[in-house]
Design a protein around this ligand. Structure first.
Ligand SMILES: *Cc1c(COP(=O)(O)O)cnc(C)c1O
Length: 427
């Protein structure tokens, strides 16, 4: 079907959308008595209606069973985290044994750096993208200082070319080769949080390995959004948060991938705790640490099951739908959003510059738009009129029509509200 900026066509596309029914399984905030148009699933995904039941189940087990809930609850707490591995592995393209869930994202990146940033001799540099997500910058700087280096000498940033909005893969590969035997680690955000650009993780991982470096990925904006094949790409490690596209709830737990080639290595450098200990002997309280044979060896504390509960609820939905169906709808709804933006651009006295790559293979759900002409007042207008989007300095709005719960009608309505906003501001 050819795109048209009309309510009729938008509704027709919704009627053909196999995932349309899932919209009703989420709770939408309301503005002026109506569900908002929620384009901020890249920041905090909506609450699945089932989430509360999963939390209540644990509250009930705790009330009824007290400490016995660890073993006697229907979803026992002592191994609650193990319910995640298989389902998460499908989302990130890994073996279940390579995936676990624990802590939060930046904490996990720090913990994984303990294992995977092992500078020695002249190999001590870390390569990342310029203007990485601030938490990642702080994390990397503090890690190199911990090892006695100055960030200015140890951190190498790949830059975008003058006047361009996105990174070129060739520039990243060239930089990796240039740093060569001084390169200890490549650590980049798989999907850029600002522009929505998806990096060529396969080629970059390969190039990092050819230079003799370890390659890790921060998948905060990638998990549950784009196709990942961490095992096949031979990625060394990765971590992601779950509250963005994965709809697990504010500040919720992080997932980790640790390539199986690092399992069962004697004296693997690692921060250890009792939840990483051989689970059959965990409660024998023995003095010597015996690691689990898989990614769970990186577990430290007993699992925060109340937090994990809504994450598990969401994961069940991902498992039911599967990434291929989500990606199929994502491509269509994002293309429609881009189309509508261009249509509105023609109708109003304004210019939008989409800074996200137009190639489907280089973007996921997010479209970032540089506004030439309007500023925060347009953002404020949209928010007040029931469109939830986000704002990034200096003049960028980020729009993420998450395929799980956004509709084509949302996209059409967004265009109309956007047009009214611009017209009002200019009048
Ligand atoms: C969202 C995001 C984070 C957030 O880190 P937390 O530790 O979960 O607060 C980190 N890195 C990137 C790239 C992000 O997009």
């Amino acid at each position: 079907m050819k795109f048209e900026n009309s309510l009729e066509i938008a509704r027709k596309m919704d009627s053909e959308d196999e995932l349309a029914k899932y919209r009703h399984q989420f709770i939408f905030p309301q503005v002026n008595g109506k569900d908002v148009i929620y384009f901020v699933g890249n920041s905090l995904g909506l609450q699945p209606k089932t989430a509360k039941n999963y939390v209540n189940e644990i509250m009930q087990d705790w009330a009824n069973l007290g400490v016995e809930g660890h073993f006697r609850a229907e979803k026992s707490w002592w191994d609650y985290h193990e319910r995640f591995s298989g389902k998460l592995a499908k989302i990130v393209g890994a073996k279940a044994s390579e995936v676990t869930v624990m802590n939060t994202l930046t904490v996990n990146l720090h913990l994984l750096m303990v294992s995977f940033y092992r500078p020695s001799g002249k190999r001590f540099k870390i390569l990342c993208e310029e203007k990485a997500f601030p938490s990642d910058q702080y994390m990397l700087s503090s890690q190199v200082r911990l090892h006695g280096y100055q960030p200015s000498e140890a951190i190498v940033e790949v830059r975008k070319r003058e006047g361009e909005n996105n990174f070129r893969t060739e520039d990243i590969l060239k930089k990796i080769e240039e740093v060569g035997e001084e390169l200890a680690l490549v650590l980049i955000g798989g999907v850029n949080y600002y522009s929505g650009q998806v990096f060529d993780m396969e080629s970059i991982t390969k190039a990092g390995h050819e230079a003799g470096a370890i390659v890790g990925w921060d998948l905060a904006h990638a998990a549950g959004n784009v196709k990942l094949k961490l095992s096949e790409w031979n990625v060394d490690f990765a971590a992601w948060c779950s509250y963005k596209y994965m709809n697990s709830g504010p500040g919720n737990a992080s997932g980790c991938f640790i390539n199986e080639k690092y399992h069962n290595i004697k004296d693997m450098p690692r921060m250890e705790g009792w939840w990483g200990h051989n689970k059959d002997r965990r409660f024998l309280m023995e003095p010597e640490f015996q690691p689990e044979p898989d990614a769970n060896a990186w577990q430290i504390s007993n699992a925060p099951v109340l937090a994990l509960a809504p994450y598990l609820a969401s994961l069940e939905m991902f498992d039911e739908v599967g990434m291929p169906a989500l990606i199929k709808k994502r491509n269509r709804i994002v293309a429609y959003l881009e189309f509508v933006l261009h249509e509105i651009d023609k109708e109003v006295d304004s210019t939008f510059e989409v800074i996200t790559p137009s190639n489907q293979n280089e973007r996921g759900t997010q479209i970032s738009v540089f506004l030439h002409g309007e500023g925060r007042e347009l953002f404020n207008y949209l928010m007040k009129n029931g469109v939830y989007i986000d704002w990034r300095e200096p003049n960028v709005i980020r729009l993420a029509p998450a395929p799980f719960y956004c509709s084509f009608e949302d996209v059409y309505n967004f265009g109309q509200i956007l047009k009214r906003g611009i017209t009002e501001i200019h009048s």
